[in-house]
Design a protein around this ligand. Structure first.
Ligand SMILES: C[S@@+](CC[C@H](N)C(=O)[O-])C[C@H]1O[C@@H](n2cnc3c(N)ncnc32)[C@H](O)[C@@H]1O
Length: 399
């Protein structure tokens, strides 16, 4: 994928030659800011703009698409039908087998886990194909943040996506058939990642996790959710046992928020089905709860839910972007085997695993409130106030 200035390059124009661009814009009658928009957003013009461009440049629609690297189903089937010729052209451009990097050093281990320090791509080169049960990846979001590792978090979109495709490809290779793959990112990047993954894995869900992630931006909707992609290798996941959640009730009086009418006795006493919109994952903002200073850190609740849903005890969990080690801590607590890697400092991860009791106590507290229709606290209040409970509706039905 290479789409820097792909529109101007497709027209044979030098993107830095502003006066030629201005003259071209005037000659075809499309304002320069609109031409810049096509170029900056890698968008193929349509309608009257396309006609004007084709008339003045004699470039056809399909030539323009090919030169810009935008492939629709017609182009894809033409490539398929001429695969031998296309392969002859590209085989000299792409090396088939990349040289393996040196395996990064293992810097810490427990009975169930191994932590490496280095580049996840180097590590993955040395992991066996089809060997991991569950992969969770929370890469840097390319938002120009300063990570302790000082990685460049401000790449050109195409370079960032190319890198994401590289590590995702490596993850897919090492994932077991039936294994699950989750990617946490901004919706903006996950739209690209899902079209990449759709051709390689089986789509399960786009999970919307409701967390405000930045300040309101003028002229845009307030960014209020992260995207969690969920895929599996092969037809279906080997392991799938999602938690059930308590029914939402009024936080003040614990009364029903919806009218369940005559269906109360049909409600599963173990709680409501987990949906693809998660509203109960808190951000980790308060310094008191942070395991390392500065950059992103996910809630153990998120990893608890994913690891419970998509793995069993003794399964092998891999996370290519260690950060503060949330995945490894939850895997350790839940008796999963794990492999971790972080390119930057790893002291906070080691410290966290060595003091695992903190995460363990927190996890224990909130797991009490899962897989039941009402939390214990709410059940006591509802009984006291004469509201219905799974027991009361069962008794009524048996009278
Ligand atoms: C968004 S953070 C992960 C946070 C983590 N999920 C947590 O809850 O603490 C991304 C991490 O990936 C690390 N990283 C970036 N590029 C990497 C690479 N090529 N290999 C390994 N780690 C990398 C960064 O240093 C950063 O700590």
């Amino acid at each position: 994928m290479s789409y820097s200035n792909s529109f101007f390059k497709a027209l044979g124009m030098d993107p830095d030659d502003k006066s030629s661009l201005k003259r071209f814009s005037q000659s075809i009658g499309i304002p320069l800011h609109i031409l810049n928009h096509y170029n900056d957003t890698h968008t193929v013009p349509v309608g009257s703009d396309l006609q004007l461009i084709m008339d003045s440049t004699q470039i056809t629609f399909y030539e323009l698409m090919l030169r810009m690297g935008v492939f629709d189903s017609e182009i894809i089937s033409a490539i398929q039908q001429n695969a031998d010729q296309v392969y002859t052209i590209i085989k000299n451009m792409c090396g088939e087998n990349k040289i393996r990097g040196v395996v990064p050093p293992m810097v810490f281990r427990t009975e169930s886990g191994k932590l490496y320090q280095g580049d996840c791509l180097d590590l993955m080169h040395h992991l066996e194909s089809d060997s991991i049960d569950l992969i969770f990846a929370d890469p840097p979001f390319n938002l120009n943040k300063l990570y302790p590792s000082k990685i460049n978090d401000n790449l050109k979109s195409e370079h960032y996506l190319k890198w994401c495709e590289k590590w995702a490809t490596a993850c897919i290779r090492i994932l077991k058939p039936g294994g699950s793959f989750f990617i946490w990112n901004l919706p903006k990047w996950n739209t690209d990642m899902s079209s990449f993954l759709n051709k390689r894995l089986t789509f399960r869900n786009w999970i919307t996790v409701d967390i405000k992630y930045s300040l309101p931006i003028k002229g845009r909707l307030y960014p209020s959710h992260y995207s969690l992609l969920y895929y599996c290798k092969g037809q279906r996941p080997t392991t799938f046992h999602p938690d059930r959640l308590p029914m939402p009730v009024c936080p003040h009086c614990t009364g029903d928020l919806k009218d369940y009418g005559g269906y109360k006795n049909k409600m599963n006493p173990n709680g409501v089905n987990l949906s693809d919109v998660w509203l109960d994952i808190p951000p980790v903002r308060h310094a008191k709860y942070k395991k390392r200073n500065g950059s992103n850190e996910l809630s153990v609740r998120l990893l608890d839910r994913i690891i419970e849903m998509a793995s069993d005890e003794n399964d092998l969990v891999f996370d290519p972007f260690g950060g503060s080690g949330t995945t490894y801590a939850v895997a350790e607590i839940k008796n999963r085997k794990w492999i971790g890697v972080e390119i930057g400092p790893v002291d906070d991860i080691i410290d966290r695993i060595q003091n695992i009791k903190n995460d363990m106590n927190y996890l224990e507290k909130f797991r009490h409130d899962l897989n039941c229709l009402f939390t214990n606290k709410n059940l006591i209040k509802r009984n006291r106030d004469g509201r219905w409970t799974p027991d009361s509706v069962r008794k009524d039905a048996s009278v």
